[in-house]
Design a protein around this ligand. Structure first.
Ligand code: MBD
Ligand code: FE
Length: 302
């Protein structure tokens, strides 16, 4: 079929509208359908291939893996790069890099002032203390900023999705103190891998790719009047550090992991050896004429 015949069919579909509908939705859907028709034509996609793909997406939806798929196909990272570009155009550059939220945030974690312990003492792994400040772009500390933190356990699993863990294990919200300081105590996480029997792994196999993420810790950092920061830090030395299936590792998000002991652990109730990460977050002021940094998406809530 030639492109002209395809365009005639597309025009017929468009002309079949009986009401205004939603112009934005119409524009996007029409464009995607056109691009897919062209793809089917150019690659001579056969009916059984088309139905396999459609059923695949249905199965991925049923098993709750569409968010995972979006990360693995780099859509989420691509959206980050586009936000970076919009910010650069508005003169915003530097500061703490954003990186993807991923599909495993859960709203409603317990909130504490200044410091929190994320684990309940039963998780294996090296004790970790992470601490630092939340700063405005002028370098001034932000008191009462909200640091939402979540990460995987020693098996790479996240509480809520992994029902064997207690509610909100390794998930907390921390308000910075008057000097903009936050700190938390936890255990060093291990990298995540997509479910081996799931739909995402099925596609990754077809693409000849792996489904591993390096060990990381997620953050939402927010303060009134500032652009919300969605980011992660990576644990240095992980074999997948620069080989993340979700492409989320970025320069500036790989802090040194120091080995500390003794008196340094006192303020956090830690005895003996522990891993220590110092990391400051810098937020930019909210500005007009910029897409909001607060992304709306369906999230779990407990
Ligand atoms: C994760 O922990 C994660 O951060 C992403 C992006 C995808 C799957 C699991
Ligand atoms: Fe994660």
């Amino acid at each position: 079929m030639n492109k002209q015949a395809i365009d005639t069919l597309l025009q017929k579909i468009n002309d079949s509208a009986i009401s205004e509908g939603n112009p934005r939705t119409k524009e996007i859907v029409n464009r995607i359908v056109r691009d897919l028709f062209y793809t089917i034509e150019d690659l001579d996609v056969q009916p059984d291939e088309f139905w396999t793909a459609l059923n695949y997406l249905g199965d991925a939806g049923k098993s709750g893996e569409l968010g995972l798929l979006a990360a693995g196909l780099a859509f989420e990272h691509f959206l980050d790069l586009r936000l970076d570009e919009a910010e650069a155009k508005a003169g915003i550059e530097g500061g703490t890099p954003r990186t993807i939220e991923g599909p495993l945030y859960v709203a409603g974690a317990p909130e504490s002032a200044g410091h929190a312990r994320l684990d309940d003492g039963t998780d294996p792994g090296q004790t970790l203390v992470m601490r630092g400040r939340v700063l405005g772009e002028d370098g001034k500390p932000l008191a009462n900023a909200l640091v939402e933190v979540w990460h995987a356990n020693h098996l790479g699993n996240y509480s809520y999705f992994d029902k064997s863990q207690p509610a909100f294990n390794l998930r907390r919200s921390i308000r910075t103190d008057a000097s903009g300081n936050y700190s938390f105590r936890s255990v060093v996480p291990v990298g995540y891998s997509v479910p081996p029997q799931g739909q995402t792994q099925l596609l990754l196999d077809q693409l000849g790719r792996h489904g591993h993420r390096p060990a990381h810790i997620h953050f939402f950092i927010s303060a009134p009047g500032f652009r919300k920061l969605t980011t992660q830090i990576n644990i240095d030395g992980d074999p997948y550090l620069w080989d993340d299936f979700a492409f989320a590792t970025r320069d500036g998000l790989v802090p040194a992991v120091k080995q500390a002991e003794g008196a340094e652990g006192k303020p956090y109730g830690v005895e003996g050896n522990f891993a220590l990460i110092d990391f400051d977050f810098t937020l930019f002021k909210e500005r007009d004429n910029l897409p909001g940094a607060e992304v709306e998406r369906l999230r779990a809530e407990a």
